[in-house]
Design a protein around this ligand. Structure first.
Ligand SMILES: Nc1ncnc2c1ncn2[C@@H]1O[C@H](COP(=O)(O)OP(=O)(O)O)[C@@H](O)[C@H]1O
Ligand SMILES: [Mg+2]
Length: 790
């Protein structure tokens, strides 16, 4: 198992070691000597890391060395974090006089312990560093393979409609769908071809064709992937048919529901990316689909012709490579801004040869095109054309080496961001804010430029990964993006992240002890409170439940995680169904991201949440029963208030029972939120007074679907940092306050589906226009009515 992103880790630990606060404390605590040595050792080691990462393929001992080094770096990072936590804590205990630096004010024991750990880690790193001599590594300070493209990307998102060619394939399949098997109950059309060839794309073209619309009464699309679990598929097919989601139905109920929705209609079902070679399961699934009209069809996309034959079809559609001229257009589209290729005939010639080597596989073509985007250095193009990968596995039609080549050339700061995406399941819809908050929690975003929020900065990363074709199917939803990873790209992420990230279930027997990030694909059933493998681990930083409807159900499990993993940074318990979050949550002082999305049982949060001094993101969406945010926030002494000061993003939505208005406090929250996202809170009338404390730090406010929201708060004028304001579906909001014109930082205002308000905001003529006319960008119901940027 090769080690990766060592260079990036070393760099970020070095960054932390250089923080002024750390230097100050280490002086006060008399550990500055160790700190300085640690820094210098790490810098010398870092110099050979790029070379080491490359050489390890030929030298197993080197991998072991890198793995030890990585552990040491992470441990060093944890110690540094602990220093900072302690410093913050002391600062807030006595914020007027920062006496904590004076030695007398520090518990000796803590200083002694942490001093020892610092010394220990310093010695460990020295030892590791001393061994590097035997590997004869070359020093290198920048990754020459990487083309940095910090310039603004001018690509607009390439849309699904941008498919090149494939018309005749589409027409042949449609012809079959419309004119064959009309007397059969259900026939299957498999599209077979290697990964990345364009099967899903072709199936989408067919699915969206209007001839198909006319011929079928019902269309359904389900992504199957490796897990051909009949119950899951039945759920997803039913969801796709009805547009609703089904949580806890039994198989019988599901079956009845499915029958009803098929209701004797003629349907088209796409089963995308099928791997199942088990006949029994296929027969079972097919059984569920009976009760449709004659002429119903299933399109299956698969890499294996064996799968196709299991499904009992005489005629499979074997997809061929995309013709060269189409491949070339695809390549040029990704490698250049439109039309720019004309200025570089030499590059186009080289590109032509590169495309030939891709064997008609669009994913390879697109990836290499986007890899070369923004590079006009002929040598770089030649190095791709003449790369060794072409000699490697061509005969197996394996394009993973092409993807790996592209991965090698992304800047180190993006490598880890990409690799951590392996924690999401295949075919998962990635939400940009989820990704960005997740990266942020792990300190993966380097410091944003001036006048840039870390979220914007994170979005830059998302766009960069997209522009390099690691993300696809990007959709712009206004305040966020969604995207997906191609299954092969996901495989790549798994392979580069395997020494750190792992997906597991409660039944997974063992995992590599070095794993630091987990995602659970499945919930715990009675009797499996704590999976065995957890007992062997202690350095875990991420626990994540990404699958809809499959969150943790037991408090015992959460409790066990909290007590074992003191270094947790991300605890994403989406879809959990416990009633109480253990009070011990307050001990996770490194926690940055806490997510209780869609917990439908929890009524209140424990008070100890106020102790999470590093918490940046708290997500409480669709917590139907949630009635209050910790009562203690009300009585918070200054001490505990300070503790939540890192909290930047608060998301509260669809919590029908929660009445923020009732929580009027004598004292304001002393938070410094930058983003506030509120949705589906029927009881909300205006923003609660208690949030007034963050008026001057809030940069982004989003209010969606609050039917009783009638006014912006009377402290609107204090929103001096506000840059973006979005108000959607608040029909009772009739007008904006006079103070709007004081908000000089406001760059963007979006108002949607608030009929009265919309009218009042009509450019020039609306009554409220004078209050908002100064804002550079204004959108009403999605239409840009004012823009001063060009
Ligand atoms: N005809 C085409 N024109 C443009 N892009 C294509 C075409 N066919 C495939 N692609 C792109 O290539 C990638 C792989 O295609 P996909 O349909 O997902 O392959 P498969 O399902 O066979 O693995 C996707 O990013 C897709 O957008
Ligand atoms: Mg596919």
């Amino acid at each position: 198992m090769l080690e990766s992103f060592l260079f990036n880790i070393a760099e970020s630990v070095l960054g932390k070691l250089a923080s002024p606060i750390l230097e100050e404390i280490s002086l006060a605590w008399n550990v500055n000597d160790d700190l300085e040595k640690l820094k210098s050792t790490l810098s010398t080691v870092k110099a050979v890391l790029l070379d080491a990462e490359e050489q390890q393929e030929k030298n197993h001992e080197l991998t072991i060395w890198l793995s030890k080094l990585k552990d040491a770096c992470y441990d060093a990072e944890d110690i540094v974090d602990e220093f900072e936590c302690e410093a913050l804590l002391r600062q807030s205990t006595d914020s007027k006089v920062r006496r904590f630096f004076s030695r007398s004010n520090n518990p000796l024991v803590f200083r002694f312990k942490i001093g020892n750990r610092m010394k220990e880690i310093r010695e460990r790193l020295d030892e590791i560093s001393a061994q590097k001599g035997k590997f004869h590594l070359t020093e290198r300070l920048v990754d020459e393979r990487v083309v940095y493209r910090r310039r603004e990307m001018t690509h607009s998102f390439v849309q699904a409609s941008d498919v090149i060619g494939r018309e005749s394939d589409r027409d042949k399949i449609i012809e079959y769908l419309l004119h064959h098997g009309e007397l059969e109950n259900l026939s299957v059309v498999p599209i077979v071809g290697i990964g990345g060839l364009g099967k899903t794309t072709l199936a989408k073209m067919v699915y969206n064709d209007e001839r198909v619309d006319r011929n079928f009464q019902l269309k359904m699309w389900v992504c199957v992937s490796e897990d051909f679990d009949v119950t899951r598929l039945a759920k997803e097919i039913t969801s796709s048919a009805t547009g609703r989601s089904y949580g806890d139905l039994t198989m019988d109920q599901l079956q009845a529901r499915l029958r009803r929705s098929l209701g004797g209609r003629k349907f088209l079902l796409v089963l995308d990316d099928v791997w199942n070679e088990n006949l029994v399961r296929w027969v079972e699934l097919r059984g569920l689909l009976e009760g449709c009209a004659m002429g119903s069809k299933i399109i299956v996309t698969t890499r294996s012709s064996k799968v196709a034959s299991i499904m009992g079809i005489e005629l499979a559609y074997n997809l061929l490579g995309l013709p060269h001229k189409d491949c070339l257009s695809l390549f040029l589209k990704w490698a250049f801004n439109a039309g720019q290729e004309k200025q570089y005939p030499n590059l186009v010639d080289i590109g032509n040869e590169i495309v030939r080597k891709c064997g008609g596989v669009p994913l390879a073509v697109r990836t290499l095109g986007s890899l070369l985007y923004a590079s006009t250095d002929e040598r770089h193009w030649l190095s791709i054309r003449d790369n060794e990968i072409w000699k490697l596995k061509q005969e197996e039609n394996d394009i993973l080496p092409v993807l790996k080549l592209s991965y090698d050339q992304i800047p180190s700061y993006l490598k880890r961001c990409f690799a951590y995406c392996s924690l999401f399941p295949k075919n998962y819809v990635l939400y940009s804010f989820e990704l960005v908050q997740f990266w942020m929690a792990h300190g993966l975003l380097d410091s944003p430029g001036e006048d840039q929020e870390s979220e914007d900065h994170g979005m830059q990363y998302v766009k960069e990964l997209w522009s390099r074709s690691f993300f696809q199917d990007v959709e712009d939803h206004g305040f966020f993006f969604t995207c997906k990873m191609h299954d092969l790209v996901h495989d790549l992420a798994i392979s580069v992240a395997q020494s750190e990230c792992s997906t597991v279930t409660f039944l997974t027997p063992t995992v590599n002890e070095k794993i630091r990030h987990f995602s659970f694909l499945g919930t715990n059933l009675p009797g499996q409170e704590v999976p065995k493998f957890l007992h062997k681990l202690d350095r875990v930083r991420t626990i994540f439940f990404p699958v809809r409807g499959m969150g943790p159900s037991s408090e015992t499990f959460i409790d066990a995680c909290i007590s074992r993993f003191k270094h947790l940074r991300v605890l994403n318990l989406s879809d959990s169904c416990f009633e109480a979050l253990p009070n011990s949550i307050g001990t996770l002082k490194h926690l940055r991201y806490l997510d209780l999305y869609r917990n439908r049982k929890i009524r209140k949060l424990p008070n100890s949440i106020c102790k999470l001094q590093n918490l940046q993101t708290l997500r409480l969406e669709e917590c139907e029963k949630l009635e209050e945010i910790p009562r203690d926030i009300k009585n918070m002494s200054n001490l505990s208030l300070k503790h939540l000061s890192a909290l930047e993003t608060l998301v509260i939505g669809d919590c029908a029972k929660l009445n923020l208005m009732e929580m009027e406090y004598n004292e304001d929250f002393d938070l410094s939120l930058t983003s506030l996202v509120i949705g589906e809170l029927p009881q909300l009338v205006t923003l609660p007074h208690s949030l007034q404390g963050c008026a001057s730090t809030l940069q982004y406010i989003y209010i969606d679907d609050c039917p009783n929201f009638t006014a912006l708060p009377d402290w609107t004028r204090n929103l001096t940092s506000l840059k973006r304001l979005e108000i959607i579906r608040c029909p009772e909001l009739f007008s904006l306050p006079e103070e709007m014109h004081c908000l000089t930082a406001l760059r963007e205002l979006k108002i949607g589906l608030c009929p009265e308000l919309r009218e009042r905001c009509d450019p020039e003529t609306g009554e409220d226009w004078p209050k908002i006319g100064h804002i550079p960008e204004i959108f009403l119901n999605g239409i840009k009515v004012k823009s001063t940027t060009n």
